[in-house]
Design a protein around this ligand. Structure first.
Ligand SMILES: Nc1ncnc2c1ncn2[C@@H]1O[C@H](COP(=O)(O)OP(=O)(O)OP(=O)(O)O)[C@@H](O)[C@H]1O
Length: 469
C-alpha cells in the first residue's frame, strides 16, 4: 500500500428537498419566482417579501469524513436508508454534494447502476465505444480491447442490436465487460449489483477479487458476510453520519451487535456476556439432524471459464447421492458424491484431480484432491482414456444461496505440478436452507445438550432436533 490517499472525503453532506405532496413541488417552482418578480414593487412600498418554502430539508448525509488509501478495499455498511448509495454516488460524481468534498485520485470505474451509462437507442457495440471513452479510454485503446470485451460479455449477436432490446442480464454483462477492461485505479461498486446469472456472478466475483489485488475498492455492502469476506476496512453509516470506521472485522462486529440489540430490544452492551460455567439452565439434546435443505443443481457447464496447459479435459462434474441417484433434497450431514469425468489427451503419469465448493462470493468453502489418498497406488492414464473420480463425503449444512463447484486436473505433486485443466464453476447448485447460524457452513452436531439444575440436581432434559448453530 502506498501513502497516497485514493479517496479523500471531507465533511461531505447531502441535503434533499422533500415535498410532502406533488402540488408543493409545483408551488415551490412558481411562488418564489413570482415573489422574486414582485420584490422591487414591494420594496418601492417599503415592504419586503419573505420567500415561501414548500419543502422540508432531509440530510441524507451529514459531515462524513474518511480516507481510503491506495490498495484498500473499504466496505460501506449501514441499515436501509443510512446513506450508503448517496455516499457512493457523491464519490462517483453522479450526485452533487450540498457541502464538503469527495476527491478521487486516478481513473474511477463505477458499478452502481449497471448500464445506466448506456444509450438504449444505440447498439451494444456503439455503447461500448461510448461508455469506454467516458471511462477514459481512447478510440485506439477501445479498438484493441473490443474483441476481449465482446468475448467477456458473451451476448452473441445482440451486440449489434439496440440496447433497449436487451434483458437486464445482458445489459449487466456488457456494462461489466466494459468496466473490466478500463484499467481503473479505483472501483466503486454496489454489491447488490454484482449479480446476474450464477456463472456470470462468479466471473464478476473472480474479476473483483483480482482487481482488489491491484486497485482500490469502495464497496457498498448490503450483506455483512460480503464485507467481512471482501474488505479490509469498513465504514458504518448510521442516519447519514459515520458511526464507526476502521478494521472491517471490528466495525462489522460492532454493527451486528447493534442491529441485534435493536431487533431484540436489548442494550448492545448487555448482549455479550462472559461465559458462566457454574449453573447451566435448560437441557436440549439432539443426535438426529433432520432439517432438510432443498437443492437445485444446474447442468454441467463445460464452457465455463477455464485455464490449463491442455493434455486433459474435464468432461463432466456431478453432485449426486453416492449410489448415483439424483440429489434433490439433502439433510445436514448426509453423504454426497462429487464425481468428475476426465479424458486424457496425452499420457498422464501422476494425475491429481480435485474440486472446490465456493460460495456466491467465490470463497472456497471445502474441497479436496486425490493426491494424498491415492499417492501409494499411482494411476497412469493413457492418451484417449477417460477416468471417473468420485469424492464421497458428508456435505455440511449450507446457508441458503448459490454455490459453485470448480474442478481441476493436474499432474505431478502438490508442490510441483502441471495444471492441465481447471474449470471454474463447472456446476452451480442452489441451496434453500432453514439454517441461519451466521457461519459459512455448519457441521451437523452429534449431540447438543442443555441441562437445567436446581439445588445441584438435574431437573430437565429434552431431546430436540439438531439445528446446527
Ligand atoms: N432523491 C431523494 N430525495 C429525497 N430523499 C432521498 C433521495 N434519495 C435518497 N433519499 C433518502 O436518503 C436516505 C439515504 O438513502 P440511500 O439510498 O443513500 O440509503 P442506503 O443506505 O443506500 O439504503 P439502502 O440500503 O436501502 O439502499 C434515505 O432516507 C432515502 O429515502
Amino acid at each position: 500500500m502506498s501513502c497516497e490517499p485514493r479517496i479523500a472525503i471531507e465533511r461531505l453532506s447531502k441535503c434533499y428537498n422533500v415535498f410532502d405532496t406533488p402540488p408543493d413541488r409545483l408551488k415551490q417552482f412558481i411562488v418564489p419566482r413570482v415573489q422574486h418578480l414582485l420584490a422591487p414593487v414591494a420594496r418601492a412600498f417599503g415592504k419586503s417579501i419573505a420567500p415561501s418554502r414548500y419543502y422540508r430539508e432531509f440530510w441524507a448525509l451529514r459531515d462524513v469524513s474518511f480516507t481510503v488509501w491506495s490498495g484498500e478495499t473499504v466496505g460501506v455498511i449501514g441499515r436501509n436508508g443510512a446513506g450508503k448509495s448517496t455516499l457512493l454516488q457523491l464519490v462517483c460524481g453522479t450526485l452533487a454534494p450540498s457541502s464538503g468534498s469527495a476527491v478521487v485520485r486516478g481513473r474511477v470505474a463505477a458499478l452502481l447502476e449497471l448500464g445506466s451509462g448506456f444509450n438504449p437507442e444505440f447498439t451494444g457495440r456503439e455503447n461500448v465505444y461510448l461508455n469506454a471513452s467516458v471511462l477514459g479510454l481512447t478510440t485506439p485503446e477501445i479498438e484493441t480491447k473490443l474483441p476481449s470485451i465482446i468475448d467477456y460479455a458473451d451476448i452473441g449477436d445482440f451486440l449489434d442490436q439496440p440496447v433497449k432490446t436487451y434483458s437486464s442480464g445482458m445489459t449487466m454483462r456488457l456494462a461489466f465487460a466494459v468496466i473490466a477492461h478500463v484499467d481503473a485505479d479505483v472501483l466503486i461498486v454496489d454489491e447488490a449489483l454484482s449479480v446476474g446469472d450464477a456463472y456470470f456472478q462468479q466471473k464478476c466475483i473472480r474479476w473483483l477479487r483480482g482487481f482488489r489485488e491491484r486497485g482500490t475498492v469502495l464497496f457498498c455492502g448490503h450483506d455483512i458476510g460480503a464485507v467481512l469476506n471482501f474488505c479490509n476496512k469498513a465504514v458504518w453509516l448510521d442516519g447519514g453520519t459515520v458511526k464507526a470506521a476502521g478494521d472491517a472485522k471490528d466495525v462489522c462486529e460492532a454493527y451486528m451487535a447493534t442491529v441485534y440489540a435493536q431487533s431484540t430490544g436489548l442494550d448492545s452492551a448487555t448482549t455479550v456476556r462472559p461465559a458462566h460455567r457454574t449453573s447451566p439452565n435448560v437441557t436440549a439434546r439432539s443426535n438426529t439432524p433432520n432439517l432438510a435443505q432443498s437443492l437445485a443443481i444446474f447442468e454441467f457447464n463445460e464452457n465455463s471459464a477455464s485455464f490449463g496447459s491442455g493434455g486433459a479435459s474435464i468432461l463432466d462434474v456431478r453432485l449426486a447421492h453416492p449410489d448415483g441417484r439424483e440429489l434433490t433434497m439433502i439433510e445436514g450431514g448426509e453423504e454426497v458424491c462429487v464425481s468428475i469425468k476426465i479424458r486424457a489427451e496425452v499420457d498422464i503419469g501422476s494425475p491429481i484431480v480435485g474440486f472446490h465448493i465456493k460460495d456466491r462470493l467465490g470463497q472456497p468453502l471445502l474441497g479436496d484432491n486425490t493426491y494424498l489418498a491415492c499417492r501409494q497406488q499411482k494411476l497412469e492414464i493413457r492418451e484417449g482414456q477417460t477416468i471417473d473420480v468420485a469424492f464421497v463425503f458428508e456435505l455440511p449444512c449450507l446457508q441458503s444461496g448459490e454455490y459453485a463447484i470448480t474442478a481441476a486436473i493436474a499432474s505431478g505433486t502438490l508442490d510441483n505440478h502441471v495444471q492441465h485443466h481447471w474449470l471454474h464453476d463447472a456446476l452451480i447448485f442452489t441451496v434453500n436452507s432453514p439454517y441461519r447460524n451466521g457461519v459459512m457452513f455448519a457441521v451437523p452436531m452429534r449431540s447438543i445438550t442443555m441441562t437445567a439444575f436446581e439445588s445441584g440436581a438435574s431437573i430437565l432434559a429434552v431431546d430436540g432436533e439438531a439445528a446446527p448453530g
